[in-house]
Design a protein around this ligand. Structure first.
Ligand code: FE
Ligand code: FE
Ligand code: FE
Length: 197
């Protein structure tokens, strides 16, 4: 037989579930003084964010390279480091096209992804298992970049910023092929080795 307390708790859950989304949060997030006014501002903010992220990656990739064992993975990281340096330059070209100063603004998401990558390395021994962890962490980074460049390219298109669009699409292509290559390395070289460790 159901107890009184159980019945009361079930009723509470029912009430919670029947609340509308709108009534679940008390107020809207207040905007900062320098909040974006329009899509151009949001575009510029996005460029600053990914500019910070790419520069952080230029610093972080050598560490991943040092920790990787599989030659194909090491090579992929090496190649992507060079591409990433070029991506920083492309973003500088975007700022120039917009007649804005190239400015980096901390990307909390990339900081989090890099922290997670560091944690994965600490929790694995060098070899196939750490390599599998490095691939997982790197693919999360690439996915973040793919989402970011996809969005920024859509903004550039609607804002008719053709020069920026060209640069952003070139980088988007590199991020996608890096992600595909990492999947391939994991499938053909790594995950099965990591399984039998
Ligand atoms: Fe990148
Ligand atoms: Fe970000
Ligand atoms: Fe990338």
């Amino acid at each position: 037989m159901e107890t009184k307390a159980k019945k009361a708790s079930a009723k509470r859950v029912k009430n919670e579930n029947s609340k509308t989304v709108a009534s679940q949060t008390s107020r809207k997030t207040p905007a900062k003084k320098d909040a974006a006014k329009d899509l151009s501002d949001l575009f510029e903010d996005g460029l600053k964010d990914i500019y910070w992220a790419e520069k952080a990656l230029v610093k972080a990739l050598p560490k991943m390279h040092k920790n990787a064992t599989e030659p194909k993975l090491k090579k992929a990281i090496e190649t992507h480091l060079e591409e990433t340096k070029g991506q920083v330059k492309r973003l500088e070209a975007c700022f120039k096209a917009l007649k804005k100063k190239a400015e980096a603004k901390k990307c909390d998401a990339m900081q989090g992804l890099l922290d997670e990558g560091k944690g994965i390395m600490e929790e694995t021994k060098p070899g196939p298992v750490r390599d599998a962890g490095i691939i997982a962490a790197s693919q999360k980074v690439e996915h973040y970049e793919i989402a970011t460049y996809g969005t920024l390219a859509a903004y550039a298109k609607i804002l008719k910023e053709k020069d920026c669009l060209k640069e952003l699409l070139a980088t988007l292509k590199e991020e996608k092929s890096c992600n595909d290559l990492l999947s391939k390395i994991a499938d053909t070289n790594l995950n099965s080795k990591a399984m039998t460790q």
